[in-house]
Design a protein around this ligand. Structure first.
Ligand code: ADP
Ligand code: MG
Length: 363
């Protein structure tokens, strides 16, 4: 096992695409870190550079304290898991698992015992004689993971290993993976575009966007204290509402103008974040879980009036999209509420309704 460190990686492809713009990250020994970001963010490029499959334009890769930037992939002792399609179709599961071990010239008995141990953990012992085409999607994926785990790699790199599976299987694999990582005490860099996967499985999340690291934090911290607009809107489901806003401060009376609504704030609120007094245009963020519905005739602080734009029932929850006409352009506020609470409000399209914004929940 080993620690991984990447220093100010830049990568410009031949066609001029700047995939990475100074990415630094580290994974402690036996830590499971997620590299989370949208498609095209540079996740796969980062993994390929760490594995030695892609040259760096600038920067360095360190594994177990050694600078491996110019080493060949073989010498790095890194195992990479792609999706299930990387299995050899003409080989039985056992041979698929044995392949990386044979390549390292391990003794026959050693190969057998390692494969048995990994197969046991992954619950694929009964499948060792089958071909990949005789396996379900989930079984194939477990074999692909097993092929990486049989090796005593210093670092495991996983590139969206379960994103092609159906939702139910994905949910099961999430749990299984976490158990596996603990069991193998693996140092793992796991790439995903799925925030739910990252939130539920990661020790730490490295959020990447457009070739740059946006934030590094524990899952809950990333949710509670996003440091950039991207972090705020990418993490959380449904996504955070954002609005243009202005801060108005007159003697002893401060308020936020958000999408036509007037939200009074106090010194406490102002003291919490950075100094906003000199900033003309702000962006206010509010999570759908933290806005409440109100009746259209309600008066008072933080009320914004609008009409019902869409209602989506999620079983135990209901999502209201409320169209408000404040500010310079039309805006939709997304409100996530319970079924019980939703009953008290009109759900027909264009029915008048309002939302209440609590300044304590404004980012
Ligand atoms: P992700 O895995 O986060 O979806 P990638 O690392 O695959 O992102 O790609 C990052 C950016 O680099 C994208 O804009 C992609 O189109 C570009 N890219 C990836 N590989 C190549 C390549 N071989 N040549 C040119 N551009 C590439
Ligand atoms: Mg990718």
């Amino acid at each position: 096992m080993g620690e991984l460190r990447v220093e100010t990686l830049s990568k410009t492809f031949k066609d001029g695409t700047q995939a990475l713009k100074g990415v630094s990250l580290h994974v402690e020994d036996r830590e499971a870190v997620f590299l989370l970001g949208p498609s095209g963010a540079g996740k796969t490029t980062t993994l390929r550079i760490i594995a030695g499959l892609e040259e760096v334009t600038q920067g360095a890769v360190w594994i177990r304290g050694r600078n491996v930037t110019t080493w060949s992939p073989r010498d790095r002792n890194v195992a990479m898991v792609y999706d299930k399609h990387s299995l050899f179709p003409h080989m039985a599961v056992f041979e698929n698992l044995a392949y990386p071990l044979r390549a390292r010239r391990l003794a026959k008995n050693d190969i057998r015992s390692r494969i048995d141990a990994v197969a046991d953990t992954l619950q694929i012992s009964e499948l060792l004689d089958r071909r990949p085409s005789e396996l379900s999607g989930g079984q194939m994926q477990r074999v692909a993971i097993g092929r990486a785990l049989v090796r005593d790699a210093d670092v495991f790199l996983l590139d969206e290993p379960i994103s092609h599976l159906d939702a139910q299987l994905r949910a099961r694999m999430r749990v299984e993976f976490k158990r596996l990582q603990r069991e193998f005490e693996a140092t793992m860099l796991y790439v995903s575009h799925d925030q739910l996967e990252a939130m539920t499985m990661a020790d730490r999340i490295i959020l990447i966007n457009e070739g740059r690291i946006e934030q590094v934090a524990a899952p809950q911290t990333l949710f509670d204290e996003p440091e950039t607009l991207f972090a705020a809107t990418f993490v959380g489901e449904p996504h955070m509402n954002t609005f243009p806003a202005q801060l108005h401060q007159e003697a002893g009376n401060a308020r936020l103008l958000i999408a036509g609504g007037d939200v009074p704030i106090d010194d406490d609120w102002l003291g919490r974040g950075p100094d906003l007094s000199a900033v003309q245009d702000l962006i206010a963020g509010i999570r759908p879980q933290q806005v409440t519905l109100a009746r259209p005739d309600e008066r008072g602080a933080g009320i914004i009036r609008g009409v019902v734009f869409a209602v989506e029932t999620l079983g135990s929850r209901v999502v209201f999209d409320v169209e408000i006409s404040g500010g310079s352009k039309q805006n939709v506020v997304r409100v996530l509420t319970s079924v019980d609470q939703a009953r008290a409000f009109p759900q027909e399209l264009n029915a008048p309704i309002a939302v209440r914004i609590d300044p304590d929940f404004v980012y």
